[in-house]
Design a protein around this ligand. Structure first.
Ligand SMILES: Cc1cc2nc3c(=O)[nH]c(=O)nc-3n(C[C@H](O)[C@H](O)[C@H](O)COP(=O)(O)OP(=O)(O)OC[C@H]3O[C@@H](n4cnc5c(N)ncnc54)[C@H](O)[C@@H]3O)c2cc1C
Length: 502
């Protein structure tokens, strides 16, 4: 249903976009802060975000489950150290129930536009199911929510089956088929070992080989689960240990990339122990520093690539009829193409849907690169807060830690806004500039910028606007409270209009 200006507008204090870890976390936090007047607008039909959309075989987290979960909702029942997509999705469904979020969820509500109305000092939202207005807009749309499909010659005319890893076609039977997997990122390396035994032939189209480390994955025993249920402190201690290890790794990635040489040697041994063929080994050896691209964890990827029904070719150059043509000139006839080609990260689609105070969209504002204050608020876009905004991603640890830091900031933002009596806060341009200059200064020495690779952390201009160049503890400190000196006050608060559904 499309909306028209005659349609009633539902007024809320806070509108949250998205119901993944970020949006659900925001909803929990709002309730804990005593804010009940909010909606969560979700374009899909259920919660879960990443963990609803990625249902490919083998999909699992690569940060241990005890760390990759909310601190306020530990799950003693995680079945494995790295749990699978079904368990993580079920966990998020339980969060929605346990924290009584259901009345706030609006499924099949895609936000088509959000426009700051300076006169009313409110966000005017248009969804495919009607209009909303909100004093505060929380964008938790996900950094990896919109699949990126390469614009390659011939792909649109391929006569076989084509789908993206995040939109898996479960109705298509891969058994006995000739399949091309495009890409060697975190999704592709989980998919390849799962489908290799059933397909007739698999060609992996690899632009750059990843560094792959062994995955310390195992079943969590019934005794351990019993312990975590009975003595929650043991699970908290484990989480703290996992967190500490990753903080240490982050310090190396950020401050001492040279120390990663030892890890590089381990990864090299991992490769050598599984791949006997020297030519294949050479093809699978990265030519950039360990950590520059996301380090992947797998015990089954290399063994799968060593099987006789697998070819490793260069990156996909074009599709010619029913064949994929690699950059090395090799041509492979296939029945299906699986795109493990990642997401729109530095050009997130919501950017062109959000229009700020000056009538410019975020996409226009960010044409030279994404930038925000503390990864959360953007100058010229009053009362807009991102959950996972620019430079809040992690190369090594759990994104839930960053999300929870941003939720602290959101809670303090709402308190301060209330305290000032203003209608909105808008980031002072100088504060945003200072923050981003400092971020980029710290970024300059990190392995992500110096490691000699071209990763999805870098935008079209080669700037790293995705990752946080520091520990999660550092980010937690930086987002604990809102510093009003970094903001300009906008207007005076007026009583909210009467709700259309009241
Ligand atoms: C396969 C995979 C594995 C991953 N593994 C890990 C891991 O092990 N550890 C880790 O830390 N991170 C991992 N990540 C990163 C992961 O994306 C984050 O950890 C986290 O799940 C992001 O949560 P989110 O709520 O910000 O975004 P999402 O989970 O992507 O949720 C965003 C939601 O917003 C909705 N939405 C978007 N646009 C609109 C719109 N216009 N209107 C309405 N709704 C909209 C989407 O439908 C979606 O439900 C992984 C990502 C992928 C893809």
């Amino acid at each position: 249903m499309s909306s028209s200006t005659e349609e009633p507008v539902q007024h809320v204090r806070v509108a949250v976009v998205g119901s993944g870890f970020g949006g659900l976390g925001a909803a929990v936090r709002l309730r804990q802060e005593g804010v009940d007047d909010f909606v969560v607008l979700e374009r899909a039909g259920s919660v879960g975000g990443t963990w609803r959309d990625n249902s490919y075989p083998g999909c699992a987290c690569d940060v241990p489950s005890h760390l990759y979960s909310f601190s306020f909702a530990p799950n003693p029942e995680w079945p494995r150290t790295f749990s699978g997509q079904p368990e993580i999705r079920a966990y998020l469904e339980r969060i929605a129930d346990r924290f009584r979020l259901r009345p706030h969820l609006r499924f099949h509500h895609e936000v088509l536009s959000a426009r700051w109305d300076a006169g009313q000092a409110r966000w005017e939202l248009e969804t495919n199911q009607g209009r909303y207005s909100a004093q505060v807009l929380v964008a938790a749309c996900g950094p990896l929510a919109d699949p990126s499909v390469p614009d390659l010659p011939g792909l649109a005319d391929f006569p076989g089956e084509v789908f993206h890893s995040a939109r898996w076609n479960h109705d298509y039977d891969l058994a006995g088929k000739r399949v091309a997997v495009v890409g060697t990122g975190a999704s592709a390396i989980q998919i390849v070992p799962m489908i290799q035994p059933q397909v007739e032939r698999l060609v992996l189209l690899q632009r750059t080989p990843p560094w792959v480390m062994p995955r310390m994955d195992r079943d969590i025993t019934a005794a351990e689960r019993w312990l975590y249920r009975r003595l929650p402190a043991t699970q908290r201690a484990l989480r703290a240990a996992l967190w500490g290890i990753r903080e240490g790794q982050t310090r190396m990635f950020v401050n001492r990339p040279v120390l990663l040489r030892a890890a590089e040697r381990m990864a090299k041994r991992n490769l050598d122990s599984h791949i006997a063929d020297p030519a294949l080994r050479a093809r699978l050896t990265p030519d950039y520093r360990f950590g520059c691209k996301r380090v992947l964890l797998s015990n089954t990827y290399y063994p799968a690539l060593a099987q006789p029904n697998v070819d490793v070719a260069a990156g996909l150059r074009e599709v010619r009829g029913s064949s994929v043509v690699a950059a090395d000139g090799s041509e492979h006839e296939v029945d299906a193409i699986i795109l493990g080609t990642g997401f729109h990260v530095t050009d997130m689609p919501i950017g062109s849907r959000i229009t700020g105070a000056a009538g410019r969209t975020l996409a226009e504002e960010w044409k030279d690169g994404m930038a925000a204050l503390r990864g959360t608020t953007v100058s010229g876009f009053p009362n807009l807060l991102f959950v996972i905004g620019p430079n809040t991603g992690l190369g090594t640890s759990s994104m839930v830690l960053m999300i929870e830091s941003q939720l602290n900031y959101l809670a303090d933002y709402l308190r301060r806004l209330e305290g000032t009596g203003a209608a909105a806060l808008d980031v002072a341009p100088a504060a945003q500039q200072r923050w981003n200059e400092a971020v980029q200064r710290r970024m300059a020495g990190t392995v992500w910028n110096t490691g000699g690779c071209r990763s999805w952390y870098l935008d079209a201009n080669g700037n790293n606007t995705v990752l946080w160049p520091g520990t999660t503890a550092h980010f937690r400190r930086e987002t604990r409270t809102v510093d009003l000196a970094e903001y300009e006050l906008v207007g005076k608060r007026v009583p909210a209009p009467v709700r259309a559904d009241a």
